[in-house]
Design a protein around this ligand. Structure first.
Ligand code: FE2
Ligand code: FE2
Length: 135
């Protein structure tokens, strides 16, 4: 069963941002499925890398939008992104050196972080951009 299911309550009203969030949810679900299926480190590492790389790409997309539209809450939003990238990067290093495994606790953290960030921080950005006519 999927760990996270997309629904309209996650929509920021910005279609490209929503599409990227759907892709992030899909990658988190893939990681969860791989963990539950007991996949080995090679498969887990591949999905994990994809998730980390896509997250970096997605954050930079949002940060470009913020800069383009002179969004007032840019610093706080970017700080949430950079803290998450730091945490994810630290985990990836531990995983790559064999000192961490993908656990149910990690999956809960990823689910809660992403859904919390979308619902609060990304929706706030979407609302501000929507007022400027961005779709
Ligand atoms: Fe986002
Ligand atoms: Fe964000």
């Amino acid at each position: 069963m999927a760990l996270i299911t997309w629904s309209n309550m996650f929509s920021t009203t910005i279609s490209e941002q929503d599409n990227q969030h759907k892709k992030l949810i899909d990658l988190i679900n893939q990681l969860n499925d791989a963990m539950q299926a007991g996949k080995g480190a090679a498969v887990m590492g591949k999905v994990l890398s994809e998730l980390v790389n896509y997250t970096v790409f997605h954050f930079s997309y949002e940060e470009k939008l913020m800069a383009l539209h002179k969004y007032e809450d840019t610093p706080a939003h970017k700080l949430e992104h950079s803290k998450f990238v730091q945490t994810a990067g630290d985990f990836k290093k531990k995983f790559d050196s064999g000192n961490a495994v993908v656990s149910a606790e990690l999956m809960t953290f990823l689910r809660d972080w992403l859904t919390g960030h979308i619902m609060k921080t990304d929706k706030k950005l979407g609302l501000a951009l929507g007022k400027l006519g961005v779709k």
